[in-house]
Write a protein that binds this ligand. Structure first.
Ligand code: MGD
Ligand code: SF4
Length: 797
């Protein structure tokens, strides 16, 4: 490749949660190629196809370049000015606020909602949610609910604090790598490569893959544990059973650093919470999960000997566990997360080189933006929760707004939020006291393809009494149901921070001119807030007039000097400075040392906690909770020398006042919908290596599209033979919610177990959009839907 005349700009990849470091090559200001940074501790120069080719999207002819509007969803869109767009938006928002009313001791205004994404920059999520809270509504949600919410619930209950203790470096030092419910090879390809490199260089390293499907990831595995979908809670408890009963647990670690907790239906109200139990009681709880008992539940190739072998291996070697949606997208996602971390806690396999319970994040900024930036209905920025008055008031003080600005109760979680848009009698029956939503702003996500049980949600979005605004870079299956579409600047066309899986924040500065009138979301929020505040001031409702000033003081005043002058660099910098130095200061995700200057200087960004510039300049904190390595743990040990005498690890997670890790008794429970005589197959869905989610971006990259132009259904060869299905045949898939017609691929070297089919969900063709079939049952704790399991029947079409 001729590099002559190419100027290289450093940033981070736009796609998965691995956070690969990239260089974007520009010739005459135009993006011409992307390559990986070879000195990066994250990707060592490597990129997958998505990361390598996204420069083709900057000048794509389908890019949205001007605001579009239609009053009725039946009319065609017409171009309008930004000014006019904000004017209409503000009127529609106020109309919806009036219709829904203000609920003082609850979520605030119930008629308006924001639905964002784990792909927004941190500054963007932070600002959108700030606007919503200051207008007076906690209806703030986003697609990480579909993805990482169970991992958040898992860490919060096991550690008392969200996000992993270690990071990718642990893969390089692990002796065992336990991959469960993650097709890492396709969803996090560069991390998978790291696993492969570790194994190739050290043949003694064992990779264990636990999954109902044989996937590309399984190819490297020494042991592939194949079990019936949803039975892994029994499997994980059985591994713990062997570790405890054979005395393989780390007695010193358990005694010193762990406490035991249980959830008992009837005794504890919330499945996330529980009560303290003794080690003996925990032992009694897992006594039932003998390898024999679990093997009977799990089916597949699971044998008691296999469970014993895996348990002994994990207990006697440095182990890293990695998981994603196979564990998270489940009605028992939080519990499954707890059970993985249990194994690490029992064996002391945390807070050490080569040992970590490492949840892999799906999206590039689900951690940094949404989990840390307060992008869900129950959380506020800086790892604060809505329900806690002290934390709400802390934030109100930082923002300089009156006490009581932030409504005291969480808004609606994703399934409930979209049910409030549909608002059918069925929705009202399902969610008692449900209040309708009349205005929704969807940013950087396409819920009308990515939500489960899609038909009813699409019907809701098509309602004429619901105003939908979509901000995106391309038209999508969601924007086709909108009233207004706002054109956004793409990655590298604006400036901001992404925080990846391992608590690492990285900055991507603007390098490319956005097409037409496309603008960064931060600019949109501030400009819109100005118009909204003026209109609110003119309303007769005193609550609206009160909010006019709050919105002006919090969303307009602080950014007034830079919003028009430089929305590309200065505006996000001011927002980041406010967020990192005021909002995260003193919190467990303290990023106050990670200024834009430090982030520019640091090749691989900064891992929090990084409470000072000095610490941030060294890269922040590699290993959390370890005295001497984590500045917050070290400070605690210094502050309370007698309490922490002899402690090497302090779990300072804000929810664990005992400073200990919690091992949980979590019983096995199957899926919300199991196969039966009418619908005898398990249906599961997921990602492919080439495409990103709804394919709105990767489907527009010729090389990627041509490699995978449509989705297919993977069928086990035994089932295929029995049903007379061959590769290429069209298959009718039916569930209790909908149907699809999808070409079959009869699994040869990889694929689902007998009695199960697997469908890729990227395809935008309505015949093949599998979310018409999936189920919207969700985890009671995390509210994450069970995309991974439902019952279906199949037939040759
Ligand atoms: P994406 O394609 O990632 O899908 O689902 P979505 O978030 O709905 O949508 C991102 C959008 O952002 C695209 O339309 C893109 O064009 C736009 N975009 C890109 N850059 C910018 C920008 O700078 N600004 C703006 N405003 N827009 C931009 C993801 C969701 O899907 C998730 S997170 C998961 S984990 C779920 N997984 C899943 C599954 O496993 N199975 C099934 N069946 N469904 C699933 N749905 C969930
Ligand atoms: Fe981008 Fe993820 Fe591929 Fe890395 S592995 S290049 S972050 S999509």
């Amino acid at each position: 490749v001729d590099d002559q005349g190419v100027e290289w700009v450093r940033g981070v990849c736009r796609f998965c949660g691995t956070g690969c470091k990239v260089w974007l090559g520009l010739k005459d200001g135009k993006p011409v190629r992307i390559r990986g940074e070879k000195n990066s501790a994250i990707n060592h120069g490597f990129l997958c196809m998505k990361g390598m080719l996204f420069y083709k999207l900057f000048r794509h002819p389908d890019r949205l370049t001007q605001p579009l509007y239609r009053k009725s969803k039946k009319e065609p869109f017409k171009p309008i000015s930004w000014e006019k767009a904000f004017d209409i938006l503000a009127d529609e928002m106020i109309k919806a606020m009036k219709k829904g009313g203000y609920h003082k001791n609850a979520m605030g205004w119930s008629g308006i909602a924001y639905y964002g994404s784990g792909q927004c920059l941190t500054e963007e999520t932070y600002l959108f949610q700030k606007l919503w809270r200051c207008v007076g509504s906690n209806h703030v949600e986003g697609n990480p609910r579909l993805c990482m919410a169970s991992a958040v619930g898992g860490y919060l209950t096991s550690y008392g604090a969200d996000e992993p203790a270690g990071g990718y470096r642990d893969i390089d030092n692990a002796e065992t790598i336990f991959i469960i419910g993650s097709n890492t090879a396709e969803a996090h390809p560069i991390l998978y490569q790291r696993v492969a490199m570790r194994k190739m260089a050290n043949p003694d390293v064992m990779v264990i893959n636990a999954d109902p499907r044989v996937t590309r990831t399984s190819r490297i595995a020494d042991i592939h544990m194949q079990f019936k979908p949803g039975t892994d809670l029994a499997l994980l408890n059985a591994i713990a059973n062997v570790i405890v009963n054979e005395g393989l647990y780390d007695k010193e670690f358990v005694e010193k650093y762990c406490a035991f907790h249980a959830f008992t239906p009837g005794k504890d109200k919330v499945p996330l919470k529980g009560h303290k139990v003794s080690f003996e009681e925990y032992k009694k709880f897992i006594a039932k999960y003998t390898p024999e008992y679990a093997a009977r539940i799990c089916g597949g190739n699971i044998t008691p000997e296999m469970i014993r072998k895996v348990a002994r291996r994990i207990a006697t070697t440095k182990t890293v566990s990695m998981w994603t949606m196979g564990i998270n997208q489940r009605i028992r996602g939080v519990w499954a997360n707890n059970l993985i971390t249990n194994i690490h806690l029992l064996t002391g396999n945390v807070c050490k080189d080569g040992a970590d319970s490492l949840s892999l994040t799906g999206q590039p900024n689900a951690c940094g933006g949404v989990r840390e930036g307060g992008g869900l209905c129950h959380i506020l920025p800086g790892h604060r929760v809505v329900k806690n008055p002290k934390l709400r008031h802390q934030l109100e003080k930082i923002w300089g707004v009156p006490k009581g600005t932030i409504p005291p109760k969480p808004g609606y979680h994703t399934v409930k939020m979209f049910s409030a848009v549909s608002y059918t009698p069925e929705d009202r029956k399902r969610f008692k006291g449900l209040k309708p939503i009349y205005f929704m702003w969807v940013n950087e996500t396409s819920p009308m393809q990515s939500l489960p049980n899609l038909k009813r949600f699409r019907e809701g979005f098509a309602r004429e009494d619901v105003f939908v605004v979509v901000s995106d870079i391309f038209p999508t299956r969601t924007s086709e149901l909108a009233n207004m579409i706002l054109p956004c600047a793409f990655h590298f066309e604006k400036t901001g921070v992404y925080g990846c899986t391992e608590r690492r924040s990285q900055l991507t500065p603007k390098a490319v001119k956005a097409p037409g009138q496309a603008m960064p979301e931060n600019w949109m929020v501030v400009k819109f807030a100005e118009v909204l505040s003026k209109k609110l001031a003119k309303q007769s409702d005193p609550e609206m007039r009160r909010r006019a000033k709050i919105v002006y003081d919090a969303l307009v005043k602080p950014y007034k000097a830079v919003v028009d002058k430089d929305p590309w660099w200065e505006l996000p910098k001011v927002i980041w400075t406010e967020y990192s130095q005021k909002v995260t200061k003193g919190r467990d995700n303290d990023l106050s040392g990670a200024t834009y200057e430090v982030l520019l200087e640091r090749p691989d960004g900064v891992q929090w906690p990084a409470p000072t510039v000095e610490i941030a300049k060294k890269g922040g904190t590699l290993r959390r909770f370890v005295v001497g390595k984590d500045p917050l743990a070290t400070a605690l040990a210094k502050k309370y020398p007698s309490k922490f005498a002899g402690w090497e690890i302090i779990d300072y997670g804000p929810l664990h006042k005992d400073y200990k890790f919690w091992v949980w008794c979590r019983p096995y429970k199957g899926a919300a919908e199991e196969p039966d005589a009418e619908y005898p197959f398990y249906l599961s869905t997921g990602r492919i290596i080439d495409h990103w989610h709804t394919m709105s971006m990767t489907g527009r990259i010729k090389e990627i599209f041509e490699a995978n132009p449509y989705a297919w259904v993977e069928v086990n060869p035994k089932d295929a033979q029995r049903m007379g299905i061959s590769t290429g045949d069209l298959v009718l898939i039916e569930t209790r919610r909908g149907k699809n017609i999808i070409p079959a691929k009869v699994a040869t070297d990889q694929g689902p177990m007998e009695g199960m089919v697997f469908v890729y969900w990227y395809d935008q063709d309505k015949k093949r959009m599998i979310n018409f079939c999936t189920k919207d049952a969700f985890d009671k704790g995390s509210k994450e839907p069970e995309f991974k399991i439902c019952a279906c029947r199949i037939s040759k079409y």
